[in-house]
Design a protein around this ligand. Structure first.
Ligand SMILES: Nc1nc2c(c(=O)[nH]1)N[C@H]1C(S)=C(S)[C@@H](COP(=O)(O)O)O[C@H]1N2
Ligand SMILES: [Mo]
Length: 323
């Protein structure tokens, strides 16, 4: 049960960026503390009679996921090529799912009514939950008192990097996207969804608006900048495009959609803090969508599509684009 809560909140947290989603992260953390306690107790109980390899692997992977999560909270870092400690945490966490399924195949029984009526069980669950919340509180106090790197993190767990310094913040791809630099002479932006596609060349793009917004990557960093560009709503009006969903497509095929109202408020940025975007940050055009996670801020945009139905293929494409 605890592991299922961790998996569900962990996966949900990847698409949570609005401050009103903060509970997802809190629940994930408290459940983590509770499961750490349960796992330690269970390992102690079965210490002399573990038979299957899957069980051992599950214990190792789940333990690793818990430890990496706790280490992150206290400000630890790790360099693993393009990835960091939080990527390791996510990887181990996701690996728990198949191992858990195999592990439970032979052991699982649905909880019976009596299990819920058992006073002692309910009581110990309550105590565990209370201890989890208390541990979470103590963690905050310890981090603050020691002024660790972990103390200065957003509700998403992300830590600040290179804010307000133009292009000097981390360059990241979600999985493997790594296109050749886009040549402005041959690049065009196409807007579909109106009576006719609207096509703009690089020279026809004039940044008209500036907006402060915070990019928060699921690999554990955030960066705040003033972005200059074109309001998506203005572009859609120019194209006469109408519909319910707006999709932003990269030269690589990478793409993501947003509901019309939210997309209209978003920015297609050409500049960051007054500097022209570098290739790594999405030159010539990248999306700026406040309160959405970094992977939704599509880079190297070449097309905007307005449609009535959401394109579900993007959930798959963002994982394989560039491979
Ligand atoms: N086309 C495309 N856009 C992308 C990505 C990608 O892999 N391909 N990665 C996303 C991710 S995961 C993040 S965190 C941000 C990172 O932007 P930055 O490299 O400018 O910091 O871009 C997003 N936009
Ligand atoms: Mo990201």
């Amino acid at each position: 049960m605890g592991l299922v809560v961790l998996l569900a909140t962990g996966v949900t947290s990847l698409v949570s960026g609005h401050p009103s989603d903060a509970w997802v992260f809190t629940l994930h953390a408290v459940a983590g503390v509770v499961v750490a306690g349960l796992l330690a107790a269970k390992l102690w109980r079965v210490r002399n009679r573990v038979r299957s390899r899957v069980s051992v692997l599950l214990a190792l992977v789940a333990g690793g996921a818990l430890l990496s999560g706790i280490a992150w909270v206290f400000g630890a870092s790790l360099r693993l090529g393009p990835w960091g400690l939080l990527n390791l945490h996510i990887g181990l966490g996701l690996l728990v799912a198949p191992l858990l399924v195999i592990h439970l195949r032979s052991r699982f029984r649905l909880p019976r009514r009596a299990d819920f009526r058992d006073r002692r069980e309910a009581l110990s669950f309550g105590v565990l939950l209370g201890a989890g919340i208390a541990a979470w509180r103590v963690q905050g106090a310890v981090n603050d008192a020691l002024d660790t790197v972990g103390a200065r993190r957003r509700f998403t767990g992300s830590r600040e990097e290179g804010s307000r310094q133009g292009n000097r913040f981390p360059v990241t791809s979600w999985v493997a996207d790594d296109p050749a630099p886009v040549r402005p002479e041959t690049w065009t932006l196409t807007v579909r969804g109106g009576p006719e596609p609207l096509e703009l060349t690089y020279d026809e793009l004039t940044p008209e608006t500036s907006e402060a917004a915070l990019l928060d990557c699921t690999s554990g960093w955030y960066s705040e900048h003033d972005w200059q560009g074109i309001r998506v709503g203005d572009l859609l009006d120019m194209a006469g495009a109408e519909g319910k969903w707006v999709q932003f497509r990269s030269v690589t095929g990478y793409r993501w959609s947003f509901p019309l109202a939210e997309a209209r408020d978003a920015l297609l940025a050409t500049h960051v803090d007054g500097e022209r975007l570098t290739h790594g940050h999405g030159f010539p055009l990248r999306l700026v969508v406040p309160d959405r996670r970094g992977f939704q801020w599509v880079k190297w945009i070449t097309e905007v599509r307005v449609t009535d139905r959401r394109d579900r293929s993007e959930w798959f494409v963002v994982f394989v684009s560039g491979l």
